[in-house]
Design a protein around this ligand. Sequence first.
Ligand code: ATP
Ligand code: MG
Length: 559
Amino acid sequence: MTNRPETFNEDFVREMVRADLARATFGGRIQTRFPPEPNGYLHIGHAKAITLDFELASEFGGICNLRFDDTNPDTEDTVFVEGIIEDLEWLGYTSAGEPLYASDYFEQLYEWAELLITRGLAYVDDQDAETISQQRGGYGQPGVESPFRNRTPEENLDLFRLMRAGECAEGSRVLRARIDMQHENMQLRDPVMYRIRHEHHHRTGDAWHIYPTYDWAHGQSDAIEGVTHSLCTLEFDSHRPLYDWYLSQLPLTMDAPRQTEFARLELTHTVTSKRRLATLVADGIVDGWDDPRMPTLRGLRRRGYPAEAIREFCTYIGVSRTNSRHQIELLESFVRQHLNANAPRKMAVTNPIKLVITNWPADTVEYVEVVNNPERESDGTRQVPFSGELFIEAEDFMAEPPPKYFRLTPGREVRLRSAYFVTCTGYEHDADGNVSTVFATYDPETRGGNAPDGRKVKSTMHWVSAAHAISGSAAFYDRLFSAEVPGAETGDVMDDVNSNSKTLLAGCKFEPSMLDVAPGEVVQFERLGYFAHDPRESMLFHRTVGLRDEWARVKDAKN
Ligand code: ATP
Ligand code: MG
């Protein structure tokens, strides 16, 4: 992108880091982490966090680790761990060291919890979750102290050890920090540190019966690893005082990390919440996490989005502290720009009808030279077979055309790309009136697609020689959510699911060189858009984006 904002590299996070380095805060070090919970696959929102965490560390000579925030055994799974590692690599980033796991710190976190208990800063509460939540109060509403708040450290230790040993039923007790039930920040009204879960954990197995909450695990994990700048999204803003409080109570041998929040990435016509994406999969609205309509990294990859385009988009939108929703057309314009420069051009007919050239010499095949990529001359040309029986798009012929229809119609001359001028002489249709065959004559003088007498035609059409055609399918996609802001009207994003977001055309005809297109590779179908070869199913292509830049239109409409 040429119009990268001038403020790039001068966002508030980079300003802060620069100031920290100048003052030698954290000993002049910078270390970040990307901390996904392995309860789903990564999505486009995560790409923003990843780009920020990794690029920031590398720009300032620091390191960034991948750390799994695997503190909740209910929904986490090793398939997500493996998928996240793979997707991160695909996006172009690698953890500085082996991936880290919050679950590796369970023992240390437990010891620190005992320490807080010993110092009267944590207690076992026998009340249920609902009571605890009610007693928390609200803004301007006082909190209510638990009747168990003043248990002695000895009693608390005994109970906490029973909890750890698996002697207590789920939901019967929790460990809470003992801070201030009247604190103006609800997060500090004696937050829960541990819950009892008799659940198998994907890494620690059945070793634990208590699991730390996000708040109790996150800052401490950061500290253990030596993270300096802990970047997270704005919803954790109110958690920051708690993050700091926990760290301030512990005998750390390292500098306490600092949490800084930035705005989530939201896109129009898109949801970026793992819970909702999981629902789309579970309800069969899409065909899995890597469905090409999904905003997951694996969905976007299967759709043909280049990783580089996603990274550039994230850099372009930058980081700020104000939540905003970006137009999806902007992301698509980065994708289109990459593919325009790199994708080989191919001829593919997605909705074929026959074109018979009546004056073509019988049984003759000619090979015409076609440019592989007009944007990059060094990609050269290829030879494409041309014959007297071709496939063309049904939409490229009309028996009775409206004004300004410049494609084939009886009596009209057009160019067949890189081949010849042809003039339509007639057509045949079936009993239902659908055109099945179009007839034309060609001008042998126009080989290569230009008339020596300089006469012009108003349209150029793509074609595939019938005898040489490869059969395949093409999936065209519309927005998965029809509303710009899914759920804005009814509050339920599912109400805005577009039930017509996929159209599969199974009878496509491709030029022979399509057999050389690798799984996952993206090509441009002349006039139709960019299409990604499915990684598993041969000759199934997913339309990545169309050819026209919608961003210009959308941007102008917004101004
Ligand atoms: P979700 O709501 O999708 O479950 P999450 O925040 O619970 O998201 P995590 O796996 O905990 O998912 O996220 C890992 C990191 O990615 C966190 O630091 C989080 O702040 C960040 N992140 C998640 N969603 C977005 C987003 N839409 N934009 C930017 N960063 C995000
Ligand atoms: Mg989270």
